[in-house]
Design a binder for this molecule. Structure first.
Ligand code: SAM
Ligand code: SF4
Length: 331
């Protein structure tokens, strides 16, 4: 057995998020500007073969969980081919995808055939006008069809990610939870984080876990914490006391899960990061394209984990936003 991928605080790392592109087919206002985005040069983007090689080395060091993300991963041509490669790597126990689902109706089946079983679908509202306002696209119907297709094909679990912004998302909180309860889908509310390209974030725009919990308990049914939660899962989970489903939260601002963080992230242009908010990153592409040995890649992974800080400092005056926006890191 290889030595565990532990950082200097004793946290074990078994989870790798892989961004396959920084491009996207919609423009969520808290992530991307409406126009004028400069995307990575395609030659800078890792090939599927380069990603596969990196993942094999990482799995050899103890990574067992993979999540493919972006930008919007489904705009990357031939994504099922990468999914198949990752699914076939011995030692990968969990493979998931985070997507806005605009292209999912047609891709759900090839992805399922390639070995994917878990999807997190980003959906902030069931209201067509607000969807347009948030994403600057009129694609809600496509997202809903993508969700239905995944349920039909047997993807489990299907989860929804909803970014909650104070002063905007309040009317969506209850309809989304009801939608999830009716379909056996867990909705996870994500506190708005300072990762937007235009620096629109302000603490007063965070709709907090506590506020959402109060609304749901009042409007639907009382909620209680799920007993014996997995301490390494980023979501804080609750179930409705009436027995019908539950909701989760990613309270990155009011209750960061840094102390249990088990993740590293590979950007589409081949940089390894120990945190979404990290200011430093480590150049994997240079090794992959420069004829480096697997051992050198393994050293870089170990070094990245060893360099990891205790946690981000969103709640401190010392906080400095990362040099890349969310879509260029891989959310
Ligand atoms: N395009 C895919 C999607 O939207 O799910 C994958 C990439 S996206 C960057 C990953 C997740 O980041 C999304 O599910 C969205 O909920 C979240 N996100 C983006 N910007 C955010 C922000 N400023 N604060 C909190 N979450 C954000
Ligand atoms: Fe695209 Fe996802 Fe960013 Fe929205 S959050 S703009 S879907 S990358």
């Amino acid at each position: 057995m290889p030595p565990p991928l532990a950082d200097t605080f004793g946290r074990l790392h078994d989870n790798l998020r892989i961004s396959v592109t920084d491009r996207c087919n919609i423009r969520c206002f808290y992530c991307m500007p409406e126009s004028g985005v400069t995307f990575m040069d395609r030659r800078e983007i890792l090939s599927f073969e380069e990603i596969e090689r990196f993942v094999r080395v990482a799995v050899g060091l103890g990574i067992t969980k993979l999540r493919v993300t972006g930008g919007e991963p489904l705009v990357r041509r031939d994504l099922p081919r990468l999914i198949e490669k990752l699914h076939n790597i011995q030692g990968v126990q969990d493979l998931a995808l985070t997507t806005n689902a605009v292209l999912l109706e047609g891709l759900a089946e090839p992805l399922y055939r390639a070995g994917l079983r878990r999807v997190n679908i980003h959906l902030d509202t069931l209201d067509r006008d607000r969807f347009k306002q948030i994403t600057r696209r009129d694609d809600l119907h496509l997202v809903l069809r993508g969700i239905d297709r995944c349920l039909e094909l047997g993807y489990r679990p299907v989860k929804l990610n909803a970014v909650a912004v104070h002063g905007l998302s309040e009317p969506d909180i209850v309809p989304l939870a009801r939608f999830g309860r009716e379909r056996g889908i867990e909705v996870r509310y994500i506190e708005f984080m300072p990762l937007d390209a235009q620096q629109l974030w302000d603490r007063s725009r965070v709709l907090t876990m506590e506020q959402i919990l109060a609304t749901l308990s009042h409007e639907i049914a009382p909620l209680e914490p799920v007993p014996d939660p997995d301490p390494r899962a980023p979501a804080t989970e609750f179930r409705f006391r009436d027995g019908l489903g539950g909701v989760g939260f990613i309270p990155s601002v009011t209750k960061p899960f840094c102390l249990n963080c088990n993740r590293i992230r590979l950007t589409a242009d081949g940089k390894l990061r120990y945190c979404l908010f990290a200011l430093d990153e480590y150049d994997v592409k240079h090794l992959l394209r420069g004829g480096a040995s697997d051992e050198s890649i393994a050293d870089l992974i170990r070094g990245t984990v060893r360099a990891k800080w205790l946690g981000h400092e969103i709640n401190s005056v010392r906080f400095v936003p990362p040099p890349r926006p969310m879509y260029a890191i891989g959310g």
